[in-house]
Design a protein around this ligand. Structure first.
Ligand code: NDP
Length: 256
């Protein structure tokens, strides 16, 4: 393969959960620019539809499907919508996620359950439904959005996100286990573990703790969303054909 084709996604179909805003939107835009056709999902039209319209306005084929990753019927419908529109799904990005910040002794069980439900159960459902179609074709890429919070506990005065941290550690081990299970059947499964990036989910925490986060980051600053594009394209493209089960940390050296 010519080196110029290593990062090319023309002819590929990518489904990005939570693709309407934040990190998911950034990844969807990058894939669109690299030539992929897109399906973006989320629970609410208000985020999805403007993003899909924006992408279509730039000449990218993009379908927006309202679907909750925690609902099996929604997951099946989103998968089928992608197949109906494009005939195949080559790349699945399990990006949809939620968090909750409260001390463990005070955290309502429903909040714990909701975070686990979206971040882990949703990822399982999407991987299972889309994965079946990939297995049938003997090819596919699954990219899970983990977090540095899945690698380390943070510090004692941190954001108190035990459900989130636990779920993201689960995302990492899910990635390794699924990579082993499906590797010989043509599916590569990897994870991206971002540090702090300014999104709806993270902004309040960043506002509260920015100096502390910057102080413990080797590069001395937080990330820009665009700095996630390269790794997302790399893990979806021919350039990473011999990489599976890995967690790529994109945190400016915060976890060092
Ligand atoms: P946002 O809150 O901006 O985006 C979250 C996305 O997930 C939204 O599009 C949301 O859409 C969607 N979503 C939430 N729940 C569901 C659900 N049940 N079903 C389908 N979609 C859902 O946050 P980020 O962009 O920051 O988060 C994206 C991912 O990146 C998450 O997995 C997060 O944990 C991870 N991450 C973020 C970091 C950061 O610093 N920002 C750092 C490390 C990891 P809707 O509300 O319409 O459903």
């Amino acid at each position: 393969m010519d080196v110029s084709q290593l990062f090319d996604l023309h002819g590929q179909v990518a489904l990005v959960t939570g693709g309407g805003r934040g990190i998911g939107k950034t990844i969807a835009q990058a894939y669109g620019e690299a030539g992929a056709k897109l399906v973006i999902t989320g629970r609410r039209y208000e985020w999805l539809t403007p993003t899909a319209e924006e992408l279509r306005g730039r000449g990218v084929e993009c379908l927006d499907v309202v679907a909750d990753v925690t609902k099996p019927d929604d997951v099946a419908r989103a998968t089928q919508a992608a197949l109906d529109a494009y005939g195949q799904i080559d790349i699945l990005v399990n990006n949809a996620g939620q968090t909750w910040g409260q001390s463990t002794e005070e955290m309502p069980f429903d909040r714990w359950r909701q975070v686990i439900e979206v971040n882990l159960n949703g990822m399982f459902l999407m991987s299972q439904h889309v994965g079946r179609t990939m297995l049938a074709r003997g090819a596919g890429r699954i990219i899970n959005i983990a977090s540095v919070a899945g690698l380390a506990a943070g510090d004692a005065e941190g954001a108190h996100t035990i459900a989130y941290n636990t779920s993201k550690a689960g995302v990492i081990h899910f990635t390794r286990t699924l990579a082993m299970e499906w590797g010989r059947r043509g599916i590569l499964v990897n994870a991206i573990a971002p540090g702090w990036f300014p999104t709806r989910m993270a902004s309040a925490t960043i506002d509260a703790y920015r100096p502390r986060f910057e102080a413990r980051t080797a590069l001395g600053r937080l990330g820009e969303l665009d700095e996630l594009r390269g790794i997302a394209i790399f893990l979806a493209s021919p350039a990473s054909s011999y990489i599976t089960g890995q967690v790529i940390v994109v945190d400016g050296g915060m976890s060092l």
